[in-house]
Design a protein around this ligand. Sequence first.
Ligand SMILES: [Zn+2]
Length: 160
Amino acid sequence: MPRRCTVCDHPERHSIDETLVTGAPYRSVAKRFGLSESSVYRHKSEHLPAHLLKAREVEEVAQADDLLVQVRYLQTHALDILEHAEKAGDLRTALAAISQARGNLELLGKFAGQLDERPVVNLNVSPEWLELRAVIVGALEPHPAAHTAVLRALESVGNG
Ligand SMILES: [Zn+2]
């Protein structure tokens, strides 16, 4: 029997999804909507990409596009912050930006993968690929220029 997701069942699910997409901390989202942190985390990683797709399927195109536009905007913003923080030698902010950028990247990748219905192996939805990609991006963290370049390249593939 599948476990019910308290976030999916929540009457304010769309607001929760929107809040999650802005990168709000799980703890504050959980607190604000009376949910547990673990269910918010699970919902974001397992259900949110599908919601982005479903919103599109049921002709809530504007809603899905809004979310996607927000993720893309946040990604650009996170990479800008990363660049500035690196130039300023602010490693703490740079790390936070990297972490945000990686989350956005994974969300974009999952979304792109789910939109692609061709009957071929799709790297973007493969858990192995997502894991490998995280490892690659993580390994490049001490090398800012390479890290940024790889993130941008991955992002453009995800968007393609
Ligand atoms: Zn859920």
